[in-house]
Design a protein around this ligand. Structure first.
Ligand code: NAP
Length: 281
C-alpha cells in the first residue's frame, strides 16, 4: 500500500452507496498509472441532511474530490463556491473538485451518454427518443440537444417530460409514454432512462420488441442486469446496442480527469467495473 500523509482523498456520497462501483473503478486506475500514492477513493453513506457537513469537512480536511450520487446531486449545489455552466443547465452536480479550498461543481453524467453514442454515430440532426424524465434523462436530454439532435422525451408522467423539455430548450419536446410503440419507429436512437428492466421490473421493457428496427441505436441506462430486456430485444432484431455500463464508465472517465488532471486508462476502468459487477450479480 502506497497511501501516505500526502495522499489526497476522493469520496463518493449517496444514500445508499454500498453498491457503488466508483471506488473500484477509480482506485484501479490510480494503481495502473502509478499514482496510488497521490490519490485514494472511498465511499460514505450520507443522509441528505448531512451533505452540508460533508462539504465543511471537505474544506477543513482538504479532500480533493467529491462524487455525488442519488439523492445528493441537487442538494450539494447550494454549498459550493462555483458551478460549471453545463452543470448549471442540467441542474445537477455529480462531481465536486477542491482546488486549494475553492469548491466547484461539475456534471459528467451527460458525457456518459454522449461519448458512447459518438463512438457509433454523429448525433447532429439525429432523431432521439428519451424514455423517462428523471435524473438520467436530464443528462441525456442536455447531451443530445448540445450535440444538435432532435429530442422527444416520453414519460409516464407527461408533465415532467414537458417541463424537462422546456428547461433544456433547443429542439426538444415532451410527451406521454402512452402511445410510444406507435411513435418509436420514427427515431434513429432510443435511450431508456426509466427503471423498467431492473429490480422488480426485470424482464420488462418500455417498448415492444416488434417495434424496434435494425437501423436503430438502443442505449439503456440500466446496468443491472447487464443485458436488459430492451437490449436483448434490440440485439435480436439487429439494432446497435449500447449497455448501461458504458454510461457509468464514461461519466467516471471524465470525473477521473477532473480529479487527477490525467487521462483515465479506459480499459483499466472498464475491467474494474465489469469485475465488480460480475461479483455483485
Ligand atoms: P429517477 O430520477 O427516479 O427517474 C425515474 C424515471 O423512470 C422517471 O421518469 C419515472 O417516471 C420512470 N419510471 C419509473 N418506474 C416506471 C414504470 N414502472 N413505468 C414507466 N416509467 C417508470 O431515476 P434516474 O436517476 O433517472 O434513473 C433512471 C434509471 O437510470 C435507473 O434504472 C438508474 O439505475 C439508471 N441510471 C444509470 C446510470 C448509469 O451510469 N448507467 C446513471 C444514472 C441512472 P415518472 O416521472 O412518471 O415517475
Amino acid at each position: 500500500m502506497k497511501i501516505n500523509a500526502k495522499t489526497k482523498l476522493c469520496i463518493i456520497i449517496g444514500d445508499p452507496v454500498g453498491h457503488s462501483l466508483s471506488p473500484s473503478m477509480h482506485n484501479a486506475c490510480y494503481v495502473a498509472l502509478g499514482i496510488d500514492d497521490q490519490f485514494v477513493y472511498t465511499a460514505a453513506n450520507v443522509k441528505v441532511e448531512n451533505v452540508k457537513d460533508v462539504i465543511k469537512a471537505m474544506r477543513v480536511m482538504g479532500f480533493r474530490g467529491l462524487t455525488c450520487t442519488i439523492p445528493h446531486k441537487i442538494e450539494v449545489i447550494k454549498y459550493l463556491d462555483g458551478i460549471d455552466p453545463i452543470a448549471q443547465k442540467i441542474s445537477a452536480v455529480n462531481t465536486v473538485v477542491n482546488d486549494g479550498g475553492v469548491l466547484k461543481g461539475y456534471n459528467t453524467d451527460w458525457l456518459g451518454v454522449v461519448t458512447p453514442l459518438e463512438k457509433v454515430t454523429d448525433l447532429k440532426d439525429k432523431r432521439v427518443a428519451i424514455i423517462g424524465a428523471g435524473g438520467a434523462a436530464r443528462a441525456m436530454a442536455y447531451g443530445c440537444v448540445a450535440r444538435k439532435s432532435k429530442v422527444t422525451i416520453f414519460n409516464r408522467t407527461p408533465e415532467k417530460a414537458r417541463d424537462l423539455a422546456r428547461e433544456i430548450g433547443g429542439d426538444c419536446i415532451g410527451c406521454s409514454m402512452e402511445n410510444i410503440d406507435e411513435a418509436i419507429g420514427d427515431f434513429d436512437i432510443i435511450l431508456n432512462a426509466t427503471s423498467l428492466g431492473m429490480g422488480k421490473n426485470v424482464g420488462l421493457s418500455p417498448i415492444s420488441k416488434s417495434k424496434i428496427k435494425s437501423h436503430q441505436i438502443v442505449f439503456d441506462a440500466v446496468y443491472v442486469p447487464y443485458e436488459t430486456q430492451l437490449l436483448l430485444d434490440a440485439g435480436s432484431v439487429g439494432a446497435t446496442v449500447i449497455h448501461g455500463t458504458e454510461m457509468l464508465l464514461h461519466q467516471g472517465i471524465a470525473q477521473f480527469e477532473l480529479y487527477t488532471g490525467q487521462k483515465a486508462p479506459e480499459e483499466v476502468m472498464r475491467k474494474a467495473l465489469n469485475d465488480q459487477l460480475s461479483k455483485a450479480v
